[in-house]
Structure formats: structure tokens, C-alpha cells
Ligand binder design. Structure first.
Ligand code: BES
Ligand code: MG
Ligand code: ZN
Length: 489
């Protein structure tokens, strides 16, 4: 669906050509494209400012039915994200007009002063992700995605980056899987069903898959995970996805929080805060999407995805505030609040991963706290790690993919907020402040010596309104970041 193309602009029949334009400088090297831009800028209503749009039909001297010019603003502000947004908008425009395909004129490396790989990657990502429509539950499908997205580049560029279209498709497909899982209503993704859905995709990608059911989880003493699952009629699952690379020297474990619905349990959420809680499995979705992408990208390290899946519900069998449970690790936990359930399923997954998989590094992704959204808003994730190098690598991958992360502290002296009088620890802080930090500190005490980072994605995992290359609902946040990280760590 994504490809490079080089039609003759003067002769060949082209349905839709989209040209990005800067207001201050020409960013194109192809003479005809530059000439088209010059012509467009002769009109008063178009100068290439951000949001500027201009449409030409049957451009003279060509066989091009439509040329759409889209303003990018000033050249000095031309970051990869500007190109992602542009490409997403261009594709969405064509979808709305029911056009079947698009040809996007890629700007020139030298004229932009940006690395060509970055230019192409961001255009393709924005276009491919902008082409995703989530209409699984609509009877009438109002719009269809474009069948073909092409980038207009010269032959040398097409040759040099020939691996890029298929790579980008793989990463975007992983992102789209995660988006759809997050947007899926909770009644269709109870742990058993969600596990099967992930397993099906994982097997297609050549991964080895293991699913532990409730009986096995009991036998292996996943006490914290089972304590959360008890309140629901839906049985829990624990999913292990393995990607193995020949001659691998490193092993990365990825753990994703998979609460398929978080009602809060007996500490029931009030209705306003409960309404979005079908998305509380976004960490699981991101890990699954990324490991599935890894199966096709084939990075040179081993990756194991560990995904605890539960539904957090109130009932006569639900865990009570004040109960004490024994975690997989052996440590006991007093339940200060049944709504702090994510950290409970994560400590069992983390302890299992460390004991049985012995990874060199472990990263968990979780929609863990509302406090993290208060701190960083709904577009930036918090990164917590005692390992500066790992934390910096994650933040760098976040910068590259525009899945933004910000470093957060793990202060030793806050640990006393998690003390319990009767158990080894409490899942609830005694302070109402710093909730994202105390949640991360709770996890840290189950990690031991393994290199570890926790990413709180409660904010960016989903979005009510969506943006230029993501519709409303699940964002797939984390998949692109993890794909970049696994090839650069
Ligand atoms: N799933 C929530 C966190 C969350 C909140 C995600 C808002 C997305 C948006 C988590 O399980 C939770 O309920 N956390 C509590 C913890 C508290 C009880 C210590 C919270 O953040 O209020
Ligand atoms: Mg909760
Ligand atoms: Zn939760």
C-alpha cells in the first residue's frame, strides 16, 4: 500500500498530487514541482502558512486531475512531526473526498536540511496512520481508507530507502492493532478473548505464544494478579509472547498492564472517572503490538512480552480494602485501595519475568495513575527508572517517534509512604500527593537488580478528539517508541 513512485508529471495521468509548501523557502528539488508551487503562490489566498490549502484542477500542461498544496509554515520549524501531521491531513482530506489514492511530493533533503530517512519515515507514518479508520462497530461504513499511498521521490532515493515502505507498514500495522484493541469495548475483550486475539496475531507474526489460564495462575501462585481478578466473572489470563533472534546478545522483557475494564473494584470509581476505563489495557496493547511488529522487523535481540490480563470488578467475591494478599514474589501486600489494581498485576508479571525469563532489561508500560496525567497532561508519558542510560534511551526514542516521554523521579524517602502495619507493603500511598511516583516506587521494590524502566502512559494512551494522524480513541502510543528502541538499544 505504501510505495515510492516516479511518474512523468507532464505526461502521465495522475488523480491526486499533494505538495507540501513552506511559506518562506522552496523545499522541493524537482523542477516541475517547484514550478507548480510558484504558480500556487501567485494567488493571494495561498502563501504556504500553516493551515493554508489550495486546490487546482487540471493543472495546465499536465495530465494531473488535482493538485493540492498544503502549507507547512516556516522552514526553520520544519520538524519530522510537521511532516507527519501534514501527511496525515493530506490522507484524511482524500478519504473525505472519497479518492482512492494519493501521490505525495517528498521535499528535498538538501533544501530542508533534514535527513532524508527522517523525511520519508515521517511522511509515510503520518500517511499510513492517518489512513486508519475505526469503524468495526458501524453498520454503514461511511468512508474507506485509501488503497494506495505513494511518495514522489527520485530513483536514487527510492533505491537507497527501498526497505522503508515495508518497515513503516509493519510498525504502523502494530500501532493500528494496539489502537483497535484499546478502542474495542470491554464487553468484547474480556481477558480470555483478548488473549486469544493477541495470540492469533502473534502466531501470524511467527512468535511463540503461551497462555496461562486461571488454574495455572493459581498453581504458580500469582496471588496479586488473582486478587484483582476475583471480583469479575471473567477469568484472568497471562500471556507470554516470545521473539527470538539468532545470535542475540541481549534480552528485553516488555510488560504491559492489561486491565480490560477498571471499575475500581469495591473502591468503585465515580461515573465520570469510570467511563474511559475500557482503555486500561493500553500497556498490554502496546506491548503486544510492538512484539508482533518485532516478529516481522527481526531486530537482533531477544524480546519477551509478558501480558497480565484481568478485569477489575466489584462483587461478593471481590478483594476487599484491608485484605492482605501474597504476591508471586512472596511478599505480602495490604490492599489499601482496590482501584490501585494495575500495580498488583504488574508486580506478579515483573516477578515472573525476572525469575523465569532472566532478561537483561525490563520495561513496563501501564495506564497506571491519574496523577501522571495531572503532572504531564494527556500527550506525554512519564518515565521512571533508576537506570539513567535506559531512561535516556527511552526518552530519545520518544523524541524520534514523537511519542513523548518525560523523566520522573524515584525518591528513596517516599518509599515510607507505602508502609503497612501488618503486611510487607501497601498498594496505596499514605499521602494524597505524588501518586505517579509512589505507584512507580511500589513497582520498583519488586524489580531487584534487573535494569528496569516504567512508563506511565495513562495520558497519551487514548485521546477523546484524536489528531491529524490518529482518530478518536486508542492512540497506539508506545508501539512506535518500542520499535525504535529495540533497534537502537
Ligand atoms: N486505571 C487507573 C489509572 C488511570 C486514571 C488511567 C485515569 C487513565 C486515566 C488506575 O488503575 C487507578 O485507578 N489509579 C488510581 C490509583 C489510586 C487509587 C492510588 C488513581 O490514579 O486514582
Ligand atoms: Mg484502578
Ligand atoms: Zn487501572
Amino acid at each position: 500500500m505504501l510505495r515510492f513512485k516516479r511518474p512523468d508529471l507532464k505526461k502521465e495521468k495522475i488523480a491526486t498530487l499533494v505538495i507540501p509548501v513552506c511559506e518562506d523557502e522552496d523545499i522541493h528539488a524537482h523542477r516541475s514541482i517547484s514550478a507548480f508551487v510558484k504558480k500556487a503562490k501567485e494567488l493571494e489566498e495561498f502563501s504556504g502558512k500553516k493551515e493554508d490549502e489550495l486546490l487546482f484542477y487540471d493543472f495546465p500542461g499536465t495530465n494531473i486531475r488535482r493538485i493540492i498544496f498544503m502549507g507547512l509554515g516556516k522552514k526553520e520549524k520544519l520538524e519530522p512531526e510537521v511532516l507527519r501531521v501534514f501527511a496525515g491531513k493530506a490522507v484524511k482530506y482524500c478519504i473525505k473526498k472519497k479518492l482512492p489514492d494519493i501521490l505525495i511530493a517528498a521535499p528535498s533533503e538538501t533544501k530542508c536540511g533534514t535527513d532524508m530517512r527522517d523525511i520519508l519515515e515521517s511522511l509515510m507514518e503520518g500517511a499510513c496512520l492517518g489512513n486508519h479508520i475505526y469503524d468495526a462497530y458501524k453498520k454503514e461504513k461511511k468512508h474507506s481508507p485509501l488503497k494506495e499511498i505513494s511518495l514522489f521521490v527520485n530513483a536514487q532515493t527510492a533505491g537507497k530507502y527501498k526497505d522503508l515502505p515495508s518497515r513503516t507498514e509493519i510498525i504502523c500495522a502494530g500501532t493500528v492493532l494496539a489502537r483497535e484493541w484499546v478502542s474495542m469495548p470491554a464487553n468484547d475483550k474480556i481477558p480470555e478473548k483478548f488473549a486469544d486475539s493477541i495470540a492469533q496475531q502473534a502466531e501470524k507474526a511467527g512468535l511463540s505464544v503461551r497462555i496461562l489460564n486461571e488454574k495455572e495462575l493459581e498453581k504458580q501462585h500469582f496471588g496479586a494478579l488473582l486478587a484483582v481478578a476475583r471480583g469479575s466473572n471473567a477469568a484472568p489470563r497471562f500471556l507470554i509472547l516470545r521473539y527470538r533472534a539468532e545470535g542475540a546478545e541481549k534480552h528485553l522483557a516488555l510488560v504491559g498492564k492489561g486491565v480490560t475494564f477498571d471499575s475500581g473494584g469495591l473502591n468503585l470509581k465515580i461515573s465520570g472517572s469510570m467511563s474511559g476505563m475500557k482503555t486500561d489495557m493500553a500497556g498490554a496493547a502496546a506491548v503486544a503490538g510492538a512484539v508482533i511488529a518485532a516478529g516481522k522487523l527481526k531486530p537482533s535481540l531477544n524480546i519477551t512480552g509478558l501480558i497480565p490480563l484481568v478485569e477489575n470488578m466489584p462483587s461478593g467475591t471481590a478483594t476487599r480494602p484491608g485484605d492482605v494478599i501474597r504476591s508471586y514474589d512472596g511478599k505480602t501486600v495490604e490492599i489499601g485501595n482496590t482501584d490501585a489494581e494495575g500495580r498488583l498485576i504488574l508486580i506478579d508479571a515483573i516477578a515472573y519475568a525476572i525469575r523465569n525469563e532472566k532478561p537483561d532489561m525490563l520495561i513496563d508500560l501501564a495506564t497506571l495513575t491519574g496523577a501522571c496525567v495531572v503532572a504531564l497532561g494527556d500527550k506525554i508519558a512519564g518515565v521512571f527508572s533508576p537506570d539513567a542510560q535506559l531512561s535516556e534511551a527511552i526518552i530519545a526514542s520518544g523524541r524520534k517517534t514523537h511519542e513523548r516521554c518525560w523523566p520522573m523521579p524515584l525518591p528513596d524517602d517516599y518509599k515510607e509512604l507505602l508502609k503497612s502495619d501488618i503486611a510487607d507493603t501497601s498498594n496505596m500511598s499514605s499521602s494524597k500527593w505524588g501518586g505517579a511516583i509512589t505507584a512507580a516506587l511500589f513497582l520498583s521494590s519488586f524489580v531487584k537488580d534487573t535494569r528496569w524502566a516504567h512508563i506511565d502512559i495513562a495520558g497519551p494512551a487514548s485521546s477523546e478528539k484524536g489528531n491529524a494522524y490518529c482518530g478518536p480513541g486508542g492512540s497506539g502510543f508506545g508501539v512506535r517508541l518500542l520499535c525504535h528502541l529495540m533497534e537502537n538499544i
